[in-house]
Write a protein that binds this ligand. Structure first.
Ligand SMILES: Cc1ncc(COP(=O)(O)O)c(C=O)c1O
Length: 373
């Protein structure tokens, strides 16, 4: 008789469901029933606006750094990411020991949750906060406390505070939040931190920080709490989603514990060199952030004029509201545009549309106007 492996696995496996990422272009075309030749023909005209990537490409200096490092991948990477940490420490005016680099910021978020929350512990996050907090908490065997948002979009800090009790070990906040696009201002966050016990770990996930750098203060220096962990990534504004690299900044004592959970060579050599290259290409990054924000304003205005804007977003994506949103997803895919349904987050009416290049956004607006007819 075949073994029921789910029964053999740790009990929390029963509650876990794999993360559903934005649909890759080839997968969507395969699902439409196209053969390999048709997929090849259609893929260059298909637009993926489903994973909040940087649609403008890769910073040229990162490309050059990857090409140069390619001939050295017979060696293991530097497990400590010394050179990258040195540059980040300098640019953030912090000590190298206050940094931990991961295979995407996702890895570090998971390491932190695994390190500080186990059975009988609780992790508090917003109900429509980034879904990885709930997944990592369940995987760690801890209990997730999902706090509803008052308006359906933004963190309810008062309610999150009330959810903290003697079992709470970690509080997670994404700012701006994905998928709701909401933003908390620096003074609101500091007032919240002031009321939290000092022994708590507070994850402040700033994957979209570069898009709000003009709206809030730099949390790494403006916010204080002994357990504060600020997380950033190279996947969004820095255009390196495919490399998988991100990092956190926190007290060195806290990170020395998390570091025990890290696998020896968690960040590959190409990713480390790409990040160094991208940091040297600041002007490119800032230019693309500016372009993305202009396009976000244009997309939101267009959605608003159609009566389909769900809420203002501070990330590199916009939120579309329509009662037939799941039908629209399919119709948009048939017209070559992939967007992200938010039904897994309990928002069946809302689609998340990443900001693309000008021509990709035009393609989305054209297709959307057509499917609305
Ligand atoms: C809020 C938030 N945090 C973290 C991540 C993980 O990013 P990465 O692992 O690519 O650094 C994402 C990715 O979409 C995100 O939206």
């Amino acid at each position: 008789m075949a073994t029921d492996w789910l029964k053999q696995a740790v009990p929390q496996s029963l509650q876990l469901h794999p993360y559903i990422p934005g649909k890759p272009i080839t997968q969507m075309l395969r699902e439409l029933g196209l053969d390999e030749t048709q997929i090849q023909q259609r893929s260059s005209t298909t637009v993926k606006l489903a994973s909040n990537e940087n649609a403008c490409g890769v910073p040229p200096k990162a490309v050059a750094a990857i090409q140069k490092a390619a001939c050295e991948v017979n060696r293991y990477p530097d497990g400590d990411c010394f050179d990258l940490k040195q540059i980040l420490a300098q640019s953030h005016s912090i000590k190298k020991e206050q940094l931990l680099i991961g295979n995407g910021s996702n890895e570090v978020l998971e390491l932190v949750i695994r390190c500080f929350a186990g059975a009988t512990d609780e992790v508090v996050y917003s109900q429509r906060g980034f879904i990885v907090y709930a997944l990592a908490t369940t995987a760690a065997g801890a209990t997730g406390i999902a706090v509803p948002e008052q308006d359906g979009f933004g963190h309810d800090l008062e309610a999150m505070l009330s959810a903290v009790n003697a079992n709470t070990k970690i509080v997670c906040i994404a700012n701006p939040n994905n998928p709701t696009g909401s933003l908390l201002k620096t003074n609101a966050l500091q007032a919240f931190l002031d009321k939290l016990p000092n022994h708590l770990v507070v994850v402040l996930d700033e994957a979209y920080y570069e898009y709000v750098a003009d709206d809030i203060e730099d949390s790494i220096h403006a916010l204080t709490h002994p357990g504060l962990i600020v997380s950033r990534t190279f996947s969004k504004a820095y255009g390196l989603a495919g490399c998988r690299i991100g990092y956190v900044v926190a007290h060195e004592g806290l990170l020395s514990v998390v570091n025990r959970f890290r696998e020896p060579f968690n960040v590959n050599m190409l990713a480390q060199q790409a990040a160094i290259g991208a940091l040297a290409d600041k002007a490119w990054v800032l230019d693309k952030v500016k372009q993305c924000k202009e396009e976000r304003i244009r997309l939101e205005a267009a959605l608003e004029s159609l009566g389909c804007l769900a809420a203002k977003s501070y990330g590199n994506f916009v939120l579309l509201k329509h009662t037939k949103s799941l039908v629209l997803v399919k119709e948009l895919e048939e017209k070559g545009v992939i967007v992200r349904p938010l039904s897994p987050y309990g928002m069946p009416d809302i689609l998340r549309v990443s900001v693309g290049t000008v021509s990709e956004n035009n393609a989305f607006l054209k297709a959307f106007n057509e499917v609305l007819l």
